[in-house]
Design a protein around this ligand. Structure first.
Ligand code: PEP
Ligand code: MG
Length: 569
């Protein structure tokens, strides 16, 4: 008999496949406790082997899924190697505890520190600690972390899926992911979205209800599960699957078409690039170049800055990937939540308001100038064979920063005998000050690109990493739309083009408003590109403008969003 269960929708889509229930890792009894010296040796050996395994896993995930996903395991490896954690465990061993007890208590005290930090982000990392602890305990006890992955395509069901468990399940067998615990931002949900399969989390009781091989229907839009569906339910799910497949085909047929409204008004639809692995996906999605190449990944997690050749090689590869389009490379945007290990800086009580973005580059000119040298070297290297390089400065808040950044660029170009003719320079509009000074900024550059992620955080004073306040910051809020309209008008008055490269550009509903207010380019996560393209091809420019006017007349984001979503299609 079929059974219904409801959880939280975590990744869209529908699936119908047999369940494969993943059991938690086994840790067998640790046996007798040896002398402190013996326990310490076992402990150090287990920590070292855990770190090695995690490094290997990070490499494997980097190849399969990309640098962003691999970061989780690099962070796990760093936990296993943390001297402070080892110190705490050593102390427990000296007090007569077994290696396993020492590991458990050391991780526990670390966990308490993270949870007490008052930061949602760090508290979430506390869960990652359990994953590393289980690995070390398994190594100590001869237990196993191995996942019994199914051999055929299945709905993966688990009480909880740790990042390392999810990473070891072959992608090809995952039809959907369902967990009893977790939130839409948990690793399992992120993985499902990047694989394009549905996910439901918080489905309490599913592990008991679904046994291996029992058919499971998963609705990742509504968060609904049906265990052992009857014929009628199977038919309904099949219908949804057919609709999804048709939609994918429709979108595929638009792939080669340029971004435009129904009446032919051009909007460049580009992809954001955050790592080498994004390039192929961006081309696949039909991206018209990139409106934001985040160069940070080249610098993070390393002891010294990458040299000029390494940076130039990467930029050359990006330019060659989009020979017919523009490629906007953003200069280093670190600081705040992305500190650089090799750059000393003073303690900042509010890092989001500290030395980040262009501020850091101007404070460390040699680092900045090396990056500019690399960009110009790449431009010279690819010449006509690659896309048109544009350079963009992040987190500018006053025109002087742009003027100063340009001065460095001109000096570096002179040093290299590089002709800057045809190279577009732009700034990101990410601070309220930049938005209000858009006219002055635009008079010194070729384009403005609106970074809604940071702009919204600073406008609403709502930390972008904090789920509890994130709802305050909505790009469809009429005050935001009004401000963005002013930015676009100021840019156009100075013959500068205007783009949007924050997450707001990835949302088809918001994209209609952005075109209505004058955006010339939208750059987004590549997965969003086909739906945004379809939405824009379904409306005329006048309809975009009318929808925007109606949204501007609303009193809050919710109503504005409703008005925009009810556009003709
Ligand atoms: C933004 O702030 O909108 C943006 C695109 O930059 P990032 O998300 O890298 O801060
Ligand atoms: Mg930003």
């Amino acid at each position: 008999m079929s059974r219904h269960l409801t959880g939280r929708a975590a990744a869209p889509g529908v699936a119908l496949a047999p369940a494969a229930v993943i059991r938690p890792p086994t840790v067998s009894d640790d046996g007798e406790t040896g002398t402190p010296d013996e326990e310490r040796a076992r402990l150090d050996d287990a920590l070292q082997r855990a770190a090695e395994q995690l490094e290997e896993l990070a490499g494997h995930v980097n190849q399969e899924l990309g640098a962003d996903e691999a970061e989780i395991f690099e962070a796990h490896g760093a936990f296993a190697k943390d001297p402070e954690l080892a110190d705490r465990a050593h102390k427990a061993v000296v007090e007569g505890h077994s290696a396993a007890e020492a590991v458990t208590s050391a991780f526990e005290s670390f966990r308490a520190l993270l949870e007490a930090s008052g930061s949602d982000y760090l508290a979430a990392r506390a869960q990652d600690l359990d994953d590393v602890r289980d690995r070390v305990l398994a190594l100590l006890s001869g237990g196993t972390l191995e996942v019994q992955a199914p051999s055929e395509r299945s709905v993966i069901v688990a009480h909880e899926l740790s990042p390392s468990q999810t990473a070891t399940i072959p992608r090809a067998v995952i039809a959907a992911l369902v967990t009893e615990t977790g939130s839409p931002t948990s690793h399992a949900a992120i993985l499902a979205r990047s694989l394009g399969v549905p996910a439901v989390v918080g489905a309490t009781g599913i592990v008991d209800l679904a046994s291996d091989g029992v058919e499971l229907a998963v609705d990742g839009h509504e968060g609904v599960l049906i265990v052992d569906p009857d014929d009628e339910q199977r038919d309904q799910v099949q219908q949804r699957l057919d609709e999804d497949a048709r939609r994918r085909e429709e979108l595929e047929s638009l792939r080669e078409l340029p971004g435009a409204t129904a009446d032919g008004h051009r909007i460049e639809l580009a992809a954001n690039i955050g790592a080498e692995q994004d390039l192929a996906d961006a081309v696949d999605a039909g991206a018209e170049g990139s409106g934001l190449v985040r160069t940070e990944f080249l610098y993070l997690d390393r002891a010294a800055a990458p040299d000029i050749d390494e940076q130039a090689d990467f930029v050359s590869r990006v330019l060659r990937t989009f020979p017919d389009h523009r490629v906007v490379v953003r200069t280093l945007d670190v600081g705040a939540d992305k500190p650089l290990p090799f750059v000393d800086r003073e303690e900042e009580p509010n890092p989001a308001l500290g030395l980040r973005g262009i501020r850091l580059s101007l404070a460390r000119p040699s680092l900045f100038r090396d990056q500019l040298r690399a960009l110009l070297a790449a431009r010279a290297d690819v010449g006509e064979q690659g896309g048109r390089l544009a350079i963009m400065f992040p987190l500018v808040s006053v025109p002087d920063e742009l003027i100063e950044a340009r001065r460095h660029l001109v000096e570096v170009a002179a040093e290299q005998d590089h002709d800057l003719h045809g190279l577009e320079i732009g700034v990101m509009v990410e601070t309220p000050a930049a938005a209000l000074a858009a006219d002055r900024l635009a008079s010194h550059c070729d384009f403005l690109s609106i970074g809604t992620n940071d702009l919204l955080q600073y406008l609403f004073a709502a930390d972008r990493l904090l789920a509890s306040v994130s709802e305050l910051a909505d790009a469809c809020d009429p005050i935001v739309l009004r401000l963005l309209g002013d930015v676009a008008a100021a840019a156009h008055a100075h013959d500068a083009w205007v783009g949007v490269c924050g997450e707001a550009a990835s949302d088809p509903t918001t994209a209609v408003a952005l075109v209505g207010l004058g955006a010339d380019e939208l750059s987004m996560t590549r997965a969003a590109l086909p739906e945004v393209k379809a939405a824009l091809r379904g409306v005329t420019l006048t309809q975009c403008r009318d929808a925007l006017s109606a949204a501007l007349a609303q009193t809050d984001a919710e109503h504005a969003r409703d008005v925009l979503a009810s556009r003709p299609s």
